[in-house]
Write a protein that binds this ligand. Sequence first.
Ligand code: TRP
Length: 451
Amino acid sequence: MSEKTQRAVFATRIGAVATTVGSAVGLGNIWRFPYEAGTHGGGAFMLFYILFIFILGVPVLCAEYMLGRGTRKNVFGAYRVTQPKGSQWHLAGVTGILASILILSFYSVVAGWTVEYFFGSVSGALTNNPSQDLHERFAEFSGGTWRPLIWTWVFLLTNFVVLLRGVTKGIEKVSNFLTPMLFVLLVIFCINSLTMSGAKEGLEFLFRPDFSKIDSKVLLAAMGQAFFSLSLGLGCMLTYGSYFSPRTRVVRTAVTTAGLDTLVAILSGVIIFPAVFTFGMSPSAGPTLVFEVLPSIFNNLALGRVWSSLFFFLLILASLTSTISMSEISIAFFVEQLNMKRTTATIVNTSIAFVLGSLCALSFGPLSDFTIFGMTVFNLFDYVSSNILLPFGGLVVSFFVGWKINSKFIENELTNHGQDSCHVKGALTICLRYVAPIGISLIFLNTLGII
Ligand code: TRP
């Protein structure tokens, strides 16, 4: 059997979009976006986040898709077969693989919180007592030992089981029906938030940039969030691109993915911030923000328990399609480069995340005093991977595809070997050669205080 026929291909073209949207849409939009926006001044962050999605995110997304689909390999292998002889670009693939496991570790903790809140909603414990202090409640739960640990493990095991079922079957089936449902629910909650007394204040916070708040931290955070939300920089979208069919339109798929992903983040912001101001909370509460604000929304909603259960259930599934995509990066590498069996590869991936994830789960409680560079393990993993490793990976992939790869390869990927037309090749090339590498470098240098 040739190598091409051995690899899985997404069954339908809609499947390809649904799956990459499934990867992109997750806790990054619903949990991370509001907390990052909240701690970085709202509107100022939002402005740069949107800008970075389109000038950096979409081009890098195209680059990853092209490199994946054109080589039909994992991130390490894709660099290896396209790089000029003797160069070492595939080492960027290794960084991606390591970083993907770091992200999986802390992501599973937050997904675990979602599982706790789902069961709390179903049992009524979360919504039955509207007068409870939600800040206290969350601090007590996340600061404990066993519950955060067990939910992290439960989530990782679920991820493990879905992964063992393979690419096209397991993943495509779940994501095809799930993302649209989550979307409908978000629109309903959005309308609800817009009727709150703090709606005006919330929307102003999110959409009116206060230019005095713009500094290097805001720029770095907005760039990190753009990459995180689009699952970029580690080879995740590259790996998914390698499962695309030869007919999938690269640019169109990238724009659709980025557009839908951004829409979900904005919806999430429009749900959260009006509620923050209505209930007198602080927008800059950090990683715990959403878990304190959402229950107060549900408490004030007719049939709150039903909405809340449904929402947390869909959020668990959305997180699962994202963790599946992260895990796929290292699994494809272990299987294709190290010749492991898929089952062994999945066990290795899950075991590492089990250990690191447990450390992250404990960093709100027993390990909260254990800090490195002044950050807990959880915050360190989140900061280093999102703000440094992802943009760095994006810098490498854009530079590589822009400068190092044969231009015929790009032409073939953009036009599906001449079958389709592509009018944006020039603009895309400019973004990949200049805008993305220079933009990302400038933000790094700015953060380091060099410029
Ligand atoms: N984009 C996902 C989210 O918003 C998270 C994610 C999935 C991710 N795969 C990734 C982030 C790869 C970085 C790299 O929830």
